[in-house]
Design a protein around this ligand. Structure first.
Ligand SMILES: C[S@@+](CC[C@H](N)C(=O)[O-])C[C@H]1O[C@@H](n2cnc3c(N)ncnc32)[C@H](O)[C@@H]1O
Length: 227
């Protein structure tokens, strides 16, 4: 049997990055929490149903399934090069009726510049933790291009003390599986794209959340922020 066909319960014990929509994107027993925490963060940051959201590297709609339900029709845009993840998520988590009703825009690509902006919010969860500086730089420039003037990006990085190599690094595919960035390097990449950024104290089990924007609101006063 192909691992893709395993039930939700059977998939919970698969190693991360296994070929199953719940496992490919991270530890399958955290599929629920890792989606819910992204949704909670963006609502906390001011996301409302009329906003437009780009979920860059949306994977198997781990977070996307909450946003699709919440946002007005057409306002969720998910991009991922592995479209089997989107296909399996639609089949097994969302259902074609919801897709018909909420009209999410689901694009097979690894290039954020292909997304039909402008966006009030951009999400990139566990993408720059696998992307070298070449890909991160390209994505941040594209984000700056499609971000609405008062829009916000919520993205994650793994902090570390190394000079990360270029390219895409992912378990099951490449020898290295993670990319770590010095905080000063992250600031340099963010500023090079014409954005400002700072880490924010939102819990993540393995990474650090950063908030990016053309200008950043006071992090302590984020609840109710109107992009
Ligand atoms: C760790 S998963 C995170 C998925 C999703 N953001 C989430 O939190 O559930 C990384 C995702 O990046 C996608 N990906 C692969 N290559 C990529 C690239 N070059 N640029 C952006 N995303 C890529 C993978 O298909 C996968 O869905």
């Amino acid at each position: 049997m192909n691992t893709r066909d395993l039930s939700r319960e059977e998939a919970r014990t698969l190693p991360s990055t296994s070929e199953h929509y719940m496992a490919f994107v991270g530890p399958p027993d955290q599929y629920d929490f890792m989606g819910a925490t992204q949704f909670s963060l963006l609502c906390h940051l001011g996301l409302r149903s009329h906003h437009r959201l780009l979920d860059f590297g949306c994977g198997s709609l781990r977070a996307g399934r909450f946003f699709v339900l919440y946002l007005n029709p057409g306002n969720y845009v998910g991009i991922d090069p592995n479209d089997w993840l989107i296909k399996d998520a639609v089949e097994r988590e969302i259902g074609s009726d919801l897709v018909e009703m909420k009209k999410p825009v689901l694009i097979r690509s690894d290039d954020a510049a292909t997304a039909p902006g402008p966006f009030d919010f951009i999400l990139a969860q566990s993408i720059f933790s696998h992307a070298g500086p070449d890909l991160t730089r390209r994505a941040l420039h594209a984000f700056a291009h499609v971000l609405a003037p008062r829009g916000l990006c919520a993205v994650t990085f793994i902090h570390g003390e190394e000079d990360p190599p270029d390219g895409w690094w992912y378990g099951g595919v490449t020898s290295r599986t993670k990319v770590r960035y010095r905080e000063s390097h992250i600031r340099e990449l963010v500023e090079d794209a014409g954005l400002h950024g700072c880490p924010i104290p939102w819990h993540h089990p393995r990474q650090t959340w950063w908030l990016l924007g053309r200008s950043l609101p006071d992090v302590d006063g984020l609840v109710g922020y109107k992009p």
